[in-house]
Design a protein around this ligand. Structure first.
Ligand code: HAM
Length: 437
């Protein structure tokens, strides 16, 4: 124990050896270093490829928006808006918020850019960072990344089935197994009032036990109590009336058609009446892909239909459906399935120069090779020849080439293949051709 404390102290001393204390990243954020970035790049490339195959185009929206976009879009009785937003006032006194999600921004962007009269459906995807002030734990952070897709202008159950099929394909193609698709219907403005009343009556009986926020929600939005993270409220919510028992005939038919289409597509699902989603804009279909092996934060993908969102944000009446996935949760799930992506940044050639003239020549050769698309490195830190060879081995160079005065003079050098320790004589000017043959 004492030794450990001593070690920790030593570490701090080392870090603060310049007289400044070390600055740490804010709680709930992460640094992604090159080895790990390889997995992120893989997922992002896959997301772009799958989205493109399913006919979605990329949209990039601002990192911050006026706060009202989220209070109106996501809903001001949601946990996200009430407790989790990073809201600040800018120098002109405007209230701005770091986006907690992407759906509201995409809706705003489509309205603002006059895209709502384009041929339907509109299909957009995004890969963005989002910010929520939540308690950090495995799979939950304050800055996180989402791959999301949104489709506008199609109210058919076929649209729901297409969106769900795409999410499912993406997860499958990442090699993630042990995932279950949970679907539910939370109704529409037609059937919502009766359901709301039923919920209100149920929660009224437990009013004294509810948390302060939920007691207020009892009047303003009892549906939100179903999504409260407090242990007591979620326990009470377990026996609450189910939305699926209060659907109007249209919502009921929509759900039946969707499940029939999923069946036809060979996509497995369970109907889970506990899926309510934490955002206000949802209507009818809601769904989550759940991967229990990654822990408590096991929802790797959440989505649903939001037929009233556009109108709510001042746009035309345009139905929508979409989903978003947390990239860090996808990585946890991939790890659980032993699906690992390794970074490979090993150079094709490492040039070991000896002497000033050779250093200059090595840099010039390197630059020439790089311009031709060949990965090459040479010494930049003045290592001894022995240390250079060790370094070349460490970074996994395929070939090495030692350049000294005699090589510069003769124009020929020994190209060593590190994989089998054989070497051959090459003309220095023809090195690119030698490496590609
Ligand atoms: P959401 O359920 O709030 O939905 O988030 C979607 C996904 O983002 C979650 O399932 C989870 O994988 C990931 N996620 C959420 N919060 C965190 C966090 N604090 N740390 C790590 N990952 C997190 C939405 O955001 C909707 N906009 C989805 C949508 C798009 N619905 C329709 N279109």
């Amino acid at each position: 124990m004492i030794i450990m404390l001593y070690y920790e102290k030593r570490k701090e001393d080392l870090f603060s050896s310049h007289g400044h204390h070390m600055i740490r990243k804010p709680r709930g954020t992460a640094d992604i270093l090159p080895e790990e970035a390889a997995t992120w790049q893989y997922i992002e490339a896959k997301a772009r490829e799958v989205a493109c195959r399913y006919g979605f185009g990329e949209i990039r929206v601002p990192t911050f928006e006026v706060t009202e976009l989220f209070s109106r879009g996501v809903g001001d009785t949601t946990d996200v808006v009430q407790k989790e937003m990073y809201t600040f006032t800018d120098r002109e006194g405007r209230s701005l918020t770091l986006r907690p999600e992407g759906t509201a921004s995409v809706a705003r962007a489509l309205i603002e850019n006059g895209r709502c009269s384009d041929p339907m459906p509109l299909k957009l995807f995004y890969i963005i960072n989002c910010f929520r002030y939540e308690k950090p734990q495995a799979g939950r952070s304050r800055e996180f990344y989402q791959f999301g897709c949104e489709m506008y202008g199609a109210s058919s159950p076929a649209a729901d089935a297409n969106i769900i099929a795409m999410a499912s394909a993406f997860i499958r193609e990442l090699g993630i197994e042990n995932v279950t698709l949970h679907i539910n219907s939370i109704g529409c403005p037609e059937c919502r009032p009766a359901y709301r009343e039923a919920l209100k009556n149920y929660f009224k009986e437990h009013e004294a036990e509810l948390c302060d926020t939920c007691r207020q929600r009892l009047e303003s939005n009892p549906l939100r109590i179903l999504d409260c993270k407090s242990p007591v409220c979620s326990e009470i919510a377990k026996d609450a009336p189910k939305s699926i028992d209060h659907l109007c005939p249209d919502c009921d038919a929509h759900m039946k058609s969707l499940t029939a289409q999923l069946d036809a597509m060979g996509i497995d699902y369970v109907i889970d009446t506990n899926i309510v989603r934490g955002l206000d804009y949802y209507t009818r279909t809601v769904f989550e892909f759940i991967c229990p092996v990654i822990g408590a934060q096991s929802t790797i993908c959440g989505g649903g239909r939001y037929d009233g969102l556009m109108k709510e944000l001042g746009g035309p009446e345009l139905p929508g459906i979409g989903f978003a996935m947390g990239l860090s949760r996808l990585i946890l799930a991939m790890n659980e399935c032993s699906k690992t992506i390794t970074a490979n940044n090993s150079p094709e050639l490492y040039i070991a120069p000896m002497g000033d003239a050779a250093v200059t020549k090595a840099s010039a050769i390197c630059e020439g090779l790089r311009r031709e698309g060949i990965k090459a490195e040479s010494d930049l830190v003045g290592r001894s020849l022995k240390a250079q060879m060790k370094y070349a081995d460490k970074i996994g160079a395929h070939y090495t080439l030692i350049l000294g005065d005699s090589e510069l003079e003769s124009g020929v050098a020994q190209l060593k293949d590190m994989t089998n320790s054989t070497q051959r004589e090459v003309r220095i000017d023809e090195i690119a051709a030698e490496l590609t043959k």
